[in-house]
Write a protein that binds this ligand. Structure first.
Ligand SMILES: Nc1ncnc2c1ncn2[C@@H]1O[C@H](COP(=O)(O)OP(=O)(O)OP(=O)(O)O)[C@@H](O)[C@H]1O
Length: 243
């Protein structure tokens, strides 16, 4: 492969050490996301998953280590430029604003990708999430948790991202709504968008993601494919309590 053909990772995070004040939370985390790839970030509560995402996105910059987004050092970007970098972020808590309708949420961030294409039009998002179409003029804060999560994912898609980052993708949702969100995650994957997903449902993550990073106390103790985890159930049992 020539240098010109070399594929640049969408995200290349190397040796991240992140602190909250004096509290050292990430201890040398490495994470690479290639175009079109789906990656799961695993670990029990408090192990550093959200902090890893927030370090990559620049909300809690690492004290040591480096993050490159599409080959460019993230220090050159600011968190509010995420959309321009092709990142659709679906945060824990969903980030839906009161006083703003579903339609306004879906049009306020909409933009073409950096190739000038807009495969995710408002119409396509509404086709994908018919519930949002039924609630189009409702205030975002009056939606159910599941509808808010769909709105948060739909809003990320209207930015025509190269990658989406879903923190606690189905947390707190009713089983039927969870199934709907997993279906959408499969659709996102099929459309070629890369993803980093944090969720508690390991079976679904093993099915949809080809790469997994398992964090224990801010350190990566597994980084690899689904087969490695399936072949060594003790890893999941010890570190995630999955029997
Ligand atoms: N704003 C903060 N200030 C201080 N410590 C924090 C802050 N946010 C997280 N922490 C601590 O950092 C560690 C990692 O938390 P983090 O939220 O990244 O874990 P997580 O794996 O995402 O867990 P969860 O699923 O509970 O969100 C925990 O010990 C947590 O208490």
């Amino acid at each position: 492969m020539t240098a010109q053909q070399q594929i640049i990772p969408l995200i290349d995070a190397c040796n991240l050490h992140t602190y909250y004040g004096e509290s050292h939370v990430l201890h040398g985390v490495d994470l690479t996301l290639m175009p079109g790839e789906t990656l799961s970030l695993l670990g029990r509560n408090g192990m550093g998953k959200t902090t890893t995402l927030r370090s990559i996105l620049g909300f809690v910059p690492p004290r040591y280590g480096e993050v490159r987004i599409k080959g460019v050092p993230a220090a050159k970007h600011r968190p509010w430029q995420l959309i321009r970098q092709g990142i659709g972020y679906v945060p824990e808590g969903r980030g839906i604003f009161p006083g703003i309708s579903v339609r306004e949420h879906l049009i306020m961030a909409a933009r073409p990708n950096d190739r000038g294409e807009s495969p995710w039009t408002l119409e396509r998002v509404l086709d994908t999430f018919p519930r949002l179409g039924q609630r189009i003029n409702h205030d975002g804060s009056f939606l159910s948790g599941g509808e808010q999560q769909m709105l948060s994912i739909g809003r990320a898609l209207t930015t025509n991202p190269d990658m989406v980052i879903l923190d606690e993708a189905t947390e707190g949702l009713a089983p039927l709504i969870r199934d709907e969100v997993w279906k959408i995650i499969h659709e996102i994957k099929a459309s070629g968008i890369a993803a980093i997903i944090v969720d508690k449902n390991i079976d679904n993550l093993l099915e949809v993601a080809e790469k997994h990073i398992l964090l224990v106390k801010g350190e990566v103790i597994y980084s690899g494919g689904s087969k490695g985890l399936k072949d060594d159930p003790a890893i999941l049992e010890t570190h995630l309590g999955v029997a």
